[in-house]
Design a protein around this ligand. Sequence first.
Ligand code: NAP
Length: 248
Amino acid sequence: MDKIMLVTGASRGIGAETARLAALAGFDVCVNYRNNQVEALDVVASIEATGQRAIAVQADVASETDVLRLYETIDNELGSLTALVNNAGILESQSNFENISLQRLRRVFDTNVGGSFLCAREAVLRMSYKHGGKGGAIVNLSSRAALLGSAHEYVDYAASKGAIDSMTIGLANEVAGQGIRVNAVRPGLIYTDMHASGGEAGRVDRMKSGVPLQRGGLPVEVAKAILWLISDESSYTTGSFIDVSGGR
Ligand code: NAP
């Protein structure tokens, strides 16, 4: 059976590293991105260099129309999905709670929660025995923020990741009999461009002394945990979480 993976938000950071490692594990990969076509095409080229197939598909995961088009493209160009990594996520400028507007809350939840729900729903429709599928695996990108709360920075983002934790448990239980495992990874402070979106590109270095391992993490260290949860090596693991956070 062909192994076919969708990684949302795979033009950079943890998603790009996951897509590259997936190719080395024998997956054909759909590299989804929102804006950055040049970087997405770079990831596609590095996957193709391993001999696997890859396509880059622009789609905003917060848009149901875009998600439906994304999955139709995968169906037509790669085949039936066997693995989903719900990685696309955003945060906004560091802010105290009292300054979080409803519009901002909606933007963060639409992408982080709505996008993950929509992509998981379309994956289940293709993977579940009930719908004629052959099973599969889903990994959601949560965050240690779900447990820490991100006070004075982005409680909205942390709460969106709390929702991802609940969805991981509920969906895992719902589809366990349908051949689908659902797990999540909770990264801690990882060196990616995401921190610049919050207005502090150097955030990991500022905070790393509070990490028991005394350093920030690399995207590839998160990607390895994701790939383990996708692989048959974790065949008895569902509804579970791996914290990749240096102990913090
Ligand atoms: P990043 O470097 O900011 O990359 C985000 C990726 O998501 C980009 O490829 C971006 O595409 C894409 N994206 C954003 N909004 C999208 C949308 N609406 N539709 C489709 N794609 C979208 O992020 P990262 O640090 O690698 O984070 C990846 C995941 O890990 C996120 O869910 C994040 O919350 C989680 N996480 C990260 C950390 C950390 O310290 N970095 C810690 C905990 C959890 P474009 O470039 O094309 O816009």
